[in-house]
Write a protein that binds this ligand. Sequence first.
Ligand code: ARG
Length: 466
Amino acid sequence: MKEKSTKPWGGRFSEATDEFVEQFNASVGFDQRLYRQDILVSRAHARMLARIGVLDDRDCDKLLQALDTISAEIESGTFPWDSALEDLHMNIESRLVELAGDVGKRLHAGRSRNDQVVTDVRLYLRDAIDEIDPQLEKLQLAIITLAEREVDTIMPGFTHLQVAQAITFGHHMLAWFEMIHRDRARLSRCREGVNVSPLGAAALAGSGFPLDQEYVAQQLQFEKSCDNSLDAVSDRDFAIEFCAFAAILFMHLSRIAEELVLWTSAQFNFVELPDRFCTGSSIMPQKKNPDVPELVRGKSARVYANLFALLTLMKSQPLAYNKDNQEDKEPLFDTIDTVNDCVIAFANMLPHLQVNRDQLLAAAQLGHATATDLADYLVRKEVPFRDAHEIVGRVVQYALAKRKRLDELSVQELQNFSPQIEEDVFDILSLQGSVNSKNTYGGTSPQQVAAQIKRAHQRLKEFGVS
Ligand code: ARG
């Protein structure tokens, strides 16, 4: 049997922790990154204890000073992290006692690692959200820049990945803008759930000290305190909401990524990525691979997995805190890092996208993209839409057999299908005419796209997460 435990909680233990268990139990390898938040929380707690008379002012000052020293040690890389001390909270507390002497032992009155850790995580996530949102805005601005540059660039619009109708490139970009805008709205709602203070919940039941929870919440710029102490220490739904936001964001980013991968292929050749965002092949000298969009598409896998990890972690956990919750950090941190990396990568890359206008136009000319316009033309000449659809279907069949585009057919050829067709049909059979005519709100005409760009700028101005 080993000697008595030397842990901060070792009082009731008669033997030291098994070495393997010690390593297995330790979270300090990954929770260190909460150190800034942990120190902020300790500072607020110390001040609050002094306010309510549990700590005298001199002791409080000593604690604050020692916490400053610890912060400097961690930042300079000299802090003596020790996995035998389990997690960052006990590492910091143990160093506090070394630096401040017995006063260091007074700080943990009225709190538990259970409310401490979840407070740290909430603060950390709030900071991460406040960093991510401006990056998302930057991505939106990059997208708008492309839309502005290509307001009237004609391209094929697809349904089923078959040419459907001509659209403008600017219009396509603004569809991306909308996706990211809703992601930002989700992030903003998520922040509200995150920004609540669990302090004062202590282990689970609240505290016997008359803690000033409002004061600590204010010090840490929380909106309010949690309304139930059991819930405060046990739930991680705020982290799940963030991971859900991220999963939906990556669903969008993966769609953008997929389009970029398709569009840069030799078969499409719609756009070109700058060389510095691509890589070559070690065997095929001609290759230029779209690694950045492919990686973003690929990283959606871990982001979805992280959401499922947290959902599964919390499923069926009885109240209140369980050690399972130590497993909340890695999926959350990984999600934050992945969101940051991928949004920055796209925001940096997109403004340098080179758009091959000739190729886009040529692609739009394939696939009889103005067939619907011809049907609409017949409707304006009093033909019922279903009949017009049938007539144009036959025109397309004829054009396919003749290997001609619709606007290459003569008026005489067209009149064989419907006597209502006249010379003016060529105004709408051209791609430009087709695109200009789609002037409904949110539609693809350059006029509508210009209006959407204006609104997009306005909405960005009005929007802010924090
Ligand atoms: N390292 C722990 C975590 O991340 C801190 C809380 C531990 N609380 C406890 N009662 N063992 O969740």
